[in-house]
Ligand binder design. Structure first.
Ligand SMILES: C[S@@+](CC[C@H](N)C(=O)[O-])C[C@H]1O[C@@H](n2cnc3c(N)ncnc32)[C@H](O)[C@@H]1O
Length: 326
């Protein structure tokens, strides 16, 4: 069993230390063509080709493993729940934007067998054998939505930071296709690491990591720390009852509390498998780094995070909000 979610848990250090790709609902979405399934190889990693912008993350086996660890990490953080919004007991239509491996969408489809769950992504990273009420579509959420107005009871977004050029537009599109009273929910984690006891050395691998991501996204024009702005942007888009919950992921086995020690172990693996995925494409293409420089940055980050005396934390936030009733 997962522990009950406790966003305020005290972070004390341990002294000891088949039907996968659905045809589009209406005719102006792309049907499944071979080029949509193609991929691009850069620095021995593979990337999507579909969509109007280059997304920073890879779509190879390593990237999928990282996303699976992320799914386990989020679910464990929420005490085994898949989302936090107080949705209907029997939602009919659910949308997962940027579904990745599709694990969240498939788990939700199992939880609500009478709902249709649609997962969309730029990459065809989802399995073929899926619950019959779960469908996947290759779709760019930055393009115009083709869904009919008021269709969905619930829309889920997780881990799209540093990706979307125009968040207000995405939220407005979500607002239009949600039914009145339906919920949007978004979970995002910070791209930087902090500590509550000043144990992150100012000149080490974590400090170097913290600087470079911000610089890169400033140059690219994408927002990296989406967790800090998503609530206000949802409010501005017209959502009501905007509810924000903050969580802390300890990174590594340093916490004293056994449940947090477990969570920290999973969070470390999430970073370990994600570090290169988060940086390789961006730093080589936007800042002109050599791949070897990126590998070194990631190695130094991992080294710091494995150091018992360093008590690093990653912030994670969830915001859910309701479409007003007519
Ligand atoms: C960090 S992963 C998170 C995957 C999944 N939501 C999860 O939490 O496991 C982000 C996903 O969003 C997808 N993505 C990025 N930009 C997108 C866009 N414009 N439209 C649709 N999907 C997008 C990526 O292909 C990737 O699979």
């Amino acid at each position: 069993m997962y522990p009950e979610p406790d966003p305020q848990a005290d972070l004390q250090a341990d002294a000891d230390v088949d039907s996968t790709y659905a045809e589009s609902e209406i005719t102006d979405t792309e049907s499944l063509r071979s080029w949509i399934l193609a991929y691009r190889i850069e620095n021995n990693r593979t990337y999507h080709v579909y969509g109007q912008h280059d997304y920073w993350g890879a779509n190879d086996a390593e990237a999928l493993e990282h996303m699976e660890i992320g799914h386990a990490l989020f679910t464990k953080t929420f005490g085994g729940q898949l989302f936090l919004a107080p949705t209907d007991a029997n939602p009919l239509n659910i949308l997962d934007i940027g579904t990745g491996t599709g694990s969240w969408a498939m788990d939700v489809a199992d939880q609500f067998p009478s709902a249709i769950v649609i997962g969309t992504d730029l990459s065809p990273s989802q399995p073929s054998w899926v619950p019959p009420n779960c469908k996947f579509q290759i779709d760019d959420c930055e393009a115009d939505f083709c869904w009919q107005e008021n269709k969905f009871d619930y829309i889920h977004i997780r881990g799209l930071h540093g990706t979307i050029r125009d968040w207000p537009r995405l939220y407005q599109q979500c607002l239009r296709v949600l039914r009145p009273g339906g919920y949007i929910e978004q979970a995002e984690y910070s791209a930087t690491f902090t500590s509550e006891d000043g144990t992150i050395p100012p000149d080490g691998g974590i400090a170097a990591w913290n600087k470079v991501g911000i610089e890169c996204h400033q140059k690219l024009g994408t927002e990296l720390q989406v967790l800090e702005t998503m609530a206000s942007k949802m409010r501005s888009a017209g959502f009501e009852s905007v509810t924000e919950t903050s969580f802390k992921w300890p990174i590594g086995r340093w916490p004293k509390n056994p449940a947090l020690k477990d969570l920290g172990t999973l969070a470390y693996h999430f970073v370990d498998t994600g570090a290169e995925n988060w940086t390789l494409r961006l730093l080589t293409s936007v800042l002109g780094w050599a791949p070897e420089e990126v590998y070194l940055l990631c190695a130094n980050l991992r080294k710091d995070l494995r150091t018992k005396k360093i008590h690093a934390i990653q912030q994670m936030r969830v915001v859910y909000a309701r479409k007003p009733q007519l």
